[in-house]
Write a protein of this length. Structure first.
Length: 38
């Protein structure tokens, strides 16, 4: 495999993981907020 492609793939997956983490975090926050309101 091309080293440049490898580096780009690692960068992409790190960025993707970060965005996924933020998404999960905000969903959990919203869920907790709704539960508290009840």
């Amino acid at each position: 495999m091309n080293p440049i492609i490898m580096v780009r793939f690692i960068e992409f997956s790190t960025e993707y993981r970060h965005q996924l983490f933020e998404l999960v975090n905000s969903v959990l926050l919203l869920y907790g907020f709704k539960k508290r309101k009840q």
